[in-house]
Design a protein around this ligand. Structure first.
Ligand code: KPL
Length: 303
C-alpha cells in the first residue's frame, strides 16, 4: 500500500494515477478519515474518471509514504505519522521550494528520505474535481544515505502510474533549478495578481529581475551549486514564464484562495541563506515581505 499524506491536488493526482486499490490517504493527527475521498479526475486529454481513495486504517502495511503537503505544513503533518511508520519505510517529499526537505532529512536521519521535483500541473477548481492540466516530468532522488538503495525501486513503483518518472542522482541541484524558476515567477504573479506570462511586460518585474538573478547566482555559488551567470538564470525564468504564459502560479492561487503561500521556502529561503552566507538579498527580502503583506493574518491550513 502506498500511503499519501496530503489530499490536495498533487496528492489526488498520484492517487488517481497509481493503480486502483494501491493507495490510501493518511489522516492528519486527531482527524479520523472515515468515508473515502471521492473526486472526478480530468486527464490532460480531457478524459474524466471517478476516483475513490480510502483513508489508511491503523495497522495497514505501508510500503511507501508520499508526502504532498504544502512545504510549511510538512514537519507538523509528518510528526505523528513518522511515529507509526517502521524505520525502514521510505518517505518521498514533493514540496515546492527548499528548506523543508533538508529539515525532514535532518530530523529523521535513519529513515530513507527522498525528494521529488515535478513539473506535473494539477489543480483543484472545486472540492470534488482535480484537473491534470499538463503532463510533466518527475525526478526522484535520495536526500540521505539511508535512501540511496530505494531510489531505483521507488522510481519503478511510481512509474506504474503512467506518469513520467526519472531517477535523479543530484536531487538538490534539481530542486535548486526549480527554486530559481519559482523565485523568479511566483512572487511577481502574486503581487501583480497576473498570469505567469504577464509578469514579463510589467515594470515591477523589469525593474527587479536582474538584481534578483544576481542575488540567486551568488547564493547558488555559495551553496555548492554550479555558478551560473545571472543572465542565464533570467533566461531560464523567462522561458518557463513564456511556456506557461496563461497559467496561474501556485503562489497566486494560494493568495487568491486565502491560503498561506510557500514564500518562506522560496524567496524567504534565499533570504535565510543570504543571512548565513553574508550575501545581501534586498530583492528577495522585498518580494518576501510584499507577498506576506498580501495575506497578513493567514494561519497554516492543511491542503
Ligand atoms: O511551478 C510553478 C508554480 O506555479 O508553482 C510555475 C513553474 C511557476 C508554473 O506555474
Amino acid at each position: 500500500m502506498i500511503a499519501i499524506l496530503g489530499a490536495g491536488a498533487l496528492g489526488r493526482l498520484w492517487a488517481a494515477s497509481l493503480p486502483a486499490g494501491e493507495t490510501a490517504f493518511v489522516p492528519r493527527a486527531g482527524a479520523s478519515g472515515n468515508s473515502p475521498v471521492d473526486f472526478q479526475f480530468q486527464g490532460p486529454d480531457g478524459s474524466i474518471q471517478d476516483v475513490s481513495v480510502p483513508w489508511q486504517a491503523l495497522g495497514d502495511p505501508v510500503s511507501l509514504l508520499l508526502v504532498t503537503t504544502k512545504a510549511g505544513d510538512t514537519q507538523n503533518a509528518l510528526t505523528s505519522v513518522m511515529a507509526t511508520l517502521p524505520g525502514n519505510t521510505p518517505v518521498v517529499l514533493f514540496q515546492n521550494g527548499l528548506g523543508s526537505q533538508q529539515a525532514v532529512a535532518q530530523r529523521w536521519p535513519g529513515h530513507p528520505v527522498l525528494a521529488a521535483s515535478t513539473t506535473e500541473g494539477a489543480n483543484r477548481p472545486d472540492a470534488g474535481t482535480v484537473i491534470h492540466a499538463g503532463s510533466g516530468q518527475t525526478w526522484i532522488g535520495a536526500m540521505n544515505e539511508a535512501a540511496q538503495p530505494y531510489v531505483g525501486p521507488i522510481v519503478q513503483q511510481l512509474a506504474t502510474s503512467g506518469l513520467s518518472i526519472h531517477r535523479e542522482s543530484d536531487i538538490l541541484s534539481r530542486l535548486w533549478q526549480k527554486l530559481v524558476i519559482n523565485a523568479g515567477i511566483n512572487p511577481f504573479t502574486a503581487i501583480l495578481n497576473c498570469a505567469n506570462g504577464e509578469i514579463l511586460t510589467s515594470e515591477f518585474y523589469q525593474q527587479n529581475i536582474d538584481s534578483l538573478c544576481s542575488e540567486i547566482a551568488a547564493l547558488m555559488a555559495a551553496n555548492g551549486q554550479t555558478k551560473e551567470r545571472p543572465q542565464v538564470l533570467r533566461q531560464q525564468i523567462e522561458t518557463v514564464a513564456e511556456n506557461t504564459a496563461r497559467n496561474t502560479s501556485s503562489m497566486r492561487s494560494d493568495t487568491l484562495a486565502g491560503r498561506k503561500t510557500e514564500i518562506d521556502f522560496i524567496n524567504g529561503y534565499l533570504v535565510r541563506l543570504g543571512i548565513d552566507a553574508g550575501i545581501p538579498t534586498p530583492v528577495n527580502q522585498m518580494l518576501t515581505e510584499q507577498v506576506k503583506l498580501l495575506s497578513p493574518n493567514i494561519q497554516e491550513q492543511p491542503d
